[in-house]
Design a protein around this ligand. Structure first.
Ligand SMILES: [Zn+2]
Length: 479
């Protein structure tokens, strides 16, 4: 249950990040150039990567079921993201004979349940009868675009049965007789396999990743989470760069229906190989670490507001409201009102409320004498004093409460209670894994790394230890 809770929290943070992405003018501009089919959140982002290079062709290999058994250390199981189920073709259920009275309807984006029933001319009274059957309404309203519902209709408008997938492993079939609704649930076995996959970029990361069988969510984990501190995915990528990923996949009836979190990943760019391994430290949410056990995440993110510009730096200036020379003991980020503000680091919430000049202000205590302050907010995120929050949590929204001439975030970085310039202060390094945790981490990550290296050696000529090109020169003895 803890896993699903973590999954929920992760999804929520993910959503917050997406909302942040949405305010970017870059994305707004791109949207206009894209065909309608690409106007979904993920493809829009990946289109950026897709357009990086001209198409040349890609070398990709996937180690499929069978190989994964070679990974002897079981890597942790994780929450997964749902993918569309295979088509509900007639005759697929063991409970129904193939007939030609089944009509399969694919849920379109934004389509309501009643419009789906309408489309087939089913009276609303029948729809309500179906929805009143226990569990049906919840399951049907959860269906995502692309999901399918099969209707058994011998005659137009006359509904005899209904079939849909409640989740990855349960298919529900309802049959209607008079005002009675009968339910049959068939269980479909699923298996989880750990797979290794690799791709080399020739046209774009997106293309290579899709060929390697990575979902858009997995690509986003690589670009926005694991490697975002080391690689600038909008500038650094070159043809020939490559990645390898170890991840769990859920299979059913010979078909991959779901993929889980990335357990391990490497990315080789500019002759350097970066790696990230997923690990849960001391009951906290899983994070990614490098091969030595150092967190990839920095202690503090550089900008607490994405896609903003610095409108006032740290130092002496004439105060825009008070009109006299004064030290500006923070950095101002101009952004439109309502832009989400993120916690710069993992923290305990020290203060949420109103203070004269600052207006709506949040103060976060990061431990070891470090704290950050966020002023002029239009409103707060869901926070209470004393609460522990993760880096990147949305703590509030840009506004102009207090002494402000326009919407901006006033950000202060304090060391030992004194405001310091975050641009020049040396940030504390994150605490690496040690002791028993480091041992557990190594036991988990070394088989995954060995698989990745083994595979890269097979695929790429220059893949030596650490991903660097290895000269063929043999060590020469004396004489
Ligand atoms: Zn300021």
């Amino acid at each position: 249950m803890q896993n699903s809770e973590q999954g929920r929290v992760r999804k929520q943070r993910f959503q917050q990040r997406l909302n942040v992405l949405h305010v970017s003018t870059l994305h707004r501009r791109l949207k206009q150039h894209l065909p309608a089919a690409f106007n979904t959140r993920w493809t829009r982002r990946h289109w950026i990567h897709a357009s990086l290079f001209a198409m040349i062709g890609a070398l990709v290999a996937t180690i499929v079921p069978g190989f994964s058994n070679a990974i002897d250390t079981p890597l942790s199981s994780h929450a997964t993201l749902p993918l569309p189920l295979p088509p509900l073709a007639p005759g697929q259920s063991p409970y129904s004979l193939p007939t030609d009275t089944w009509h399969t309807l694919r849920i379109k984006s934004g389509q309501t349940l009643s419009s789906a029933f309408d489309e087939l001319g089913i009276p609303s009274t029948v729809m309500h009868q179906v929805l009143q059957h226990p569990g049906t309404k919840a399951a049907l309203t959860r269906l995502r675009p692309g999901a399918e519902i099969a209707f058994d209709m011998p005659k137009s408008g006359e509904l005899r049965g209904l079939r849909f997938d409640r989740d990855a492993s349960h298919r529900v079939e309802l049959s209607l007789a008079g005002d009675q609704v009968h339910e049959k649930v068939s269980t479909r076995a699923t298996t989880t396999r750990t797979v290794v996959t690799s791709g080399q970029i020739s046209s774009s990361l997106y293309v290579a990743a899709r060929k390697a069988g990575l979902t858009p969510a997995a690509v986003a984990t690589m670009t926005d989470e694991i490697f975002k501190y080391d690689i600038d995915f909008d500038k650094d990528l070159q043809p020939g760069d490559r990645f390898s990923v170890v991840m769990d996949e859920t299979w059913r009836e010979g078909e991959r229906i779901d993929s889980g979190d990335i357990l391990a990943a490497t990315f080789t760019t500019g002759g350097k190989t970066y790696s990230g391994f997923r690990f849960e430290r001391g009951g906290k949410q899983a994070e990614y670490f490098d091969i030595t056990g150092r967190p990839l995440k920095k202690s503090f993110i550089r900008m607490p507001v994405a896609y903003s510009r610095i409108s006032s730096t740290f130092g002496a200036r004439r105060h825009p409201v008070l009109g006299r020379m004064r030290m500006h003991k923070g950095i101002d980020y101009a952004a439109s009102s309502g832009t989400p503000i993120m916690a710069a680091g993992d923290a305990r919430v020290q203060f949420v409320g109103n203070q004269r000049g600052y207006g709506n202000v949040v103060i976060l205590d990061h431990g070891k004498g470090y704290s950050t302050l966020y002023g002029h907010m239009s409103r707060f995120g869901k926070l209470r004093t004393g609460q522990h929050i993760d880096q990147g949590t949305v703590i509030g929204y840009v506004g102009m409460t207090g002494l402000a001439t326009g919407p901006h975030l006033h950000y202060e970085f304090r060391v030992g209670g004194q405001q310091r310039n975050p641009a020049s202060v040396t940030m504390p390094p994150p605490t690496p894994l040690a002791g028993a945790e480091l041992a557990a981490f190594r036991a988990k990550t070394s088989p995954a790394m060995a698989r990745i290296q083994g595979m890269e050696k097979l695929l790429y000529a220059d893949a030596g230890a650490g991903g660097k090109a290895q000269p063929e020169a043999k060590r020469k003895g004396r004489g």
